[in-house]
Structures are given as C-alpha cells and as structure tokens.
Design a protein around this ligand. Structure first.
Ligand code: PBG
Length: 324
C-alpha cells in the first residue's frame, strides 16, 4: 500500500463532483418506512409533544397523511393503534373492527400500492401496558403467543401486507407463521423485531401510544443493552422460526449490532430509528443547538452504512423531501 506523500486521500475530497462520485452510501426515499399512530374519532390530529411533526390521527386525517407519503415516494408505512379502551387481555388488538384493522382497510382502498405493515404487540391495548398477558404478576409467555397469533391473523384478514411482531415473546415468530399458514396467508411476510432492547429511547413512543407499563418494566423480555451475542442468538432463532426480515431496535446506540447482523446472516435487516432518537434531534435543532437537517442525514446515513437494508424512521417525510 502506498503512503504519503505519493498517496494523498485529500485528492478525492477537493471538489463536490468527485466527492459525490466516491460516496459509498446513498440514502433514498425508497429505504424508508414511516410509522403512523391511528386513533378513533373524527378530525383528530393530536401532536405528540416530544415528537414535533408526529401526530395521533383519526382515519379521515390518516388518509390525508397517506396521500403525502405516497407523493413523497415513501414505499411503506408501519401502523400503531390507540384503542377505544384497554383491558387485561388487549382485546382490541385482535378485534376485526379494531382501529388497526379499520386503518388497514381504508389505506389499502385509497393507496393499494403502498405497503402497509402492522405492528403486533399487546402493550398499546392492555390496561397494564405490558406486551403480553399477566399471570401471577408476570408476563405469561406461552399464553401471550395465542393472542399475538390471533392478532396477526386478524390483521392479515384486514389486508395487512406484512406483520411485525414486537412483543419479544419467545416463539412468537413460529406461532404467527403457523397461524398465518393455517389460514392460507402463506404469502404474508413477517418482519420480526428480533433484537429489541430494553431501551430508554422508547420514552416518547410510550407517551404517544399510552403504553407505559403500569407496574415493573420490560427488562424481563427485551434484551439487556450491554449484550451483543444475545441479539445475534435472537435473530438466528427468528430466522429459524420463519422471519423474512429481522430488525434491530433502537438503531443509533446499536449500530454494532446492525453490522454484526448484516455480516452474520443473509436475511434483510431493518433498523428502527426510534422515538427517543427522533426527539433528541428535534429538541436540539429547535433550540438551534444542532443543524437539524445535516444531523438527521448524518444519522440515517450511518444507520444505512452500518448495514440496514430498510430504515423505520419518523424522519421519513423530511428525508424524502430533502432528497427530492
Ligand atoms: C411495542 C413497540 C414499542 C415501540 C415499537 N413497538 C414500544 C415499547 O416496546 O415500549 C417503540 C418505538 C419507538 O420508540 O419509536 N412493543
């Protein structure tokens, strides 16, 4: 390898055209999935305080947002529902007339080409805010599997293009795959939140979805942040159970895990740029402590450079606008 002075890395950095030609990672609107929060009622557009520009939307307002998403060239949305009421078993999650099922139907009718991905979890729907059902003060893994599988099936019946289990129950991908296959939804893919950490960065989301656990925390089922090998083991198990896309979540504090997942497996890797990551950038840029546009592009480029094939981000609309 040649070295200075015969080799001068600065030669390729001198002019914008050349810098651009040797750019290794390029973002496209096509890389992004835009999360949306859907709520009952009419004409509701309630901004989520720590997430400027992100709203809880009723179905009528949702359709306006969908038109914008399609115009911007964003290929997919990920839906979260705020139920009419919450109960111990999270029953609106698997109700054919639940908010998510209604949302899927109206979106598929208005924008048939847009990919509609639905989150599968009980935490938005349970009165205790945990991701599964509670027995003797703890989340009962195996009893929760039946309800998660029912939710997946109910979403597929409503027309969901891809289901995304995020409850971190052991065996959830296998349970969902078998429920879907048993009802001839053999072609509905599963994007599993395989490596989901017990992270502080979900704070704003829980405010948005009203899903803060009423007691305890999620450390009994989500991955402990110091662990990397454990994430790879989770991903490996999910692939064996039938996951079509695996996810690392959050993204920014876990770029090493994204890279390891990309190197170890051939399954596409998604990364979730979560609510707290969005809130940090927005808060700092509103105070003019950071250049919001430049820092957002830098973060999302880093997530792609680390190995993410698709990026779920609340910045999707901004980035699509900037890139157009
Ligand atoms: C549901 C779920 C959560 C997120 C996505 N799906 C919250 C949680 O586990 O507490 C977080 C998304 C975000 O912070 O943007 N289990």
């Amino acid at each position: 390898m040649s070295s200075f002075p015969s080799m001068r890395p600065r030669r390729l950095r001198g002019v914008p055209m050349l810098r651009e030609m040797v750019q290794e990672t390029r973002l496209s609107a096509r890389d992004f999935v835009y999360p949306l929060f859907v709520t009952h009622g009419r004409n509701v557009q309630q901004e989520i305080a720590p997430m400027p520009g992100i709203f809880q939307l009723s179905l009528d307002r949702l359709l306006l947002e969908i038109a914008t998403v399609v115009d911007l060239g964003i290929p997919a949305v990920l839906l979260f529902g705020i139920p009419r009421s919450k109960d111990a078993e999270g029953s609106e999650a698997y109700d054919a007339n639940g908010i998510i099922q209604e949302a899927v139907r109206v979106i598929k009718q208005a924008a048939p080409e847009l990919l509609v991905i639905t989150d599968i979890c009980l935490c938005d729907y349970t009165d205790h805010g945990h991701c599964g059902v509670i027995d003797d003060g703890a989340v009962d893994n195996d009893r929760s599997l039946d309800l998660l599988a029912r939710t997946a099936l109910c979403q597929a019946e409503a027309g969901s293009d891809m289901v995304a289990p995020s409850a971190m129950m052991d065996g959830q991908v296998a349970a969902i795959r078998s429920a879907l296959d048993g009802a001839s939804f053999t072609d509905t893919p599963i994007m599993s939140y395989s490596a989901k950490y017990a992270s502080a960065f979900y704070g704003p989301f829980r405010a948005a979805a009203g899903s803060t656990p009423g007691f305890g925390d999620r450390k009994g089922y989500q991955i402990d942040p110091p662990n990397g090998n454990e994430a790879l083991r989770e991903i490996e198990m999910d692939i064996a159970e039938g996951a079509d896309i695996v996810m690392v979540k959050p993204a920014l504090a876990y770029l090493d895990v994204i890279t390891r997942a990309k190197q170890a497996f051939t399954t596409p890797v998604a990364a979730y740029n979560v609510s707290g990551e969005y809130a940090m950038v927005k808060a700092a840029s509103q105070n003019e402590w950071l250049d919001g546009k430049r820092s957002t592009i830098e973060i999302l480029t880093a997530i792609k450079r680390a190995g993410a094939d698709l990026i779920i981000s609340y910045h999707s609309k901004d980035i699509a606008e900037w890139l157009s």
